[in-house]
Design a protein around this ligand. Structure first.
Ligand SMILES: [Cu+2]
Length: 220
């Protein structure tokens, strides 16, 4: 069966490609240059080809990646770096043991820094599965998708740096692997005074919709 919607989508895309092709005189040139650059970077050995900084500020190898790192570009509302902070974070199932109902966790679920701080995150994964330290809500002119992200595939460590803006805010930090945040890998970074607590942070805040274990409820 051919899905009508996908046909519709396909035809719209085709139209866009066609119109781009005809309206941009040197679009082929642009494409060719990109193509050559990509080929060049892939001419190294197999190991090298897997490593290095990709076009989107992503530093990746077999152990994991650091994405959208920013060591020196100041947010618009910062005149200077206020402080250099190193946050050491460990991730793993063992950190969930003290919080009933969770399966995964960080060794710390909250950090606080000054506005305009430069933060270096040393992220250690104590499990044999993949974990992430991912922060959201950063200014999009500096961080694509408003995000900075470290990922470690199995036990190991990765380090990355980013700079926060000047406003008081509470940023969401989590692991984006399916069900890891829901099962405890959720934390917050408070910049300045922050802006309250996020819900469901282990050891810090209650969930918005708590599980209901009614002892009086009869099971038939
Ligand atoms: Cu995880």
């Amino acid at each position: 069966m051919i899905n009508k919607n996908s046909l519709k989508l396909f035809s719209t895309e085709t139209l866009i490609i066609l119109s781009l092709g005809s309206s941009t005189a040197n679009s082929e040139d642009v494409f060719d240059t990109k193509h050559i650059t990509q080929n060049k970077s892939h001419q190294h050995s197999e190991k090298k080809a897997m490593e290095g900084v990709c076009g989107s500020n992503m530093n990746m190898d077999m152990k994991g990646m650091v994405m959208y790192e920013n060591k020196d570009k100041l947010p618009k509302d910062c005149k200077e770096i206020s402080e250099d902070v190193t946050i050491k974070v460990a991730a793993g199932t063992k950190y969930a043991e003290q919080y009933p109902g969770t399966v995964f966790g960080f060794d710390n679920h909250q950090w606080q820094v000054k506005p305009c701080a430069r933060i270096t995150v040393e992220f250690t994964n104590d499990d044999k599965i993949r974990h992430q330290w991912m922060i959201h809500g950063l200014p999009k002119y500096l961080y694509p998708e408003g995000m900075f992200h470290i990922e470690v595939n199995g036990s190991g460590k990765k380090t990355g740096t980013f700079i926060v803006p000047n406003s008081h805010f509470t940023y969401l930090v989590h692991c984006d692997i399916a069900q890891h945040m829901e099962k405890g890998m959720k934390a917050q970074l408070k910049v300045g005074k922050g802006r309250g607590d996020l819900p469901s942070i282990p050891g810090i805040s209650d969930p918005t919709f708590p599980d209901n274990f009614n002892k009086n409820e009869k099971i038939n």
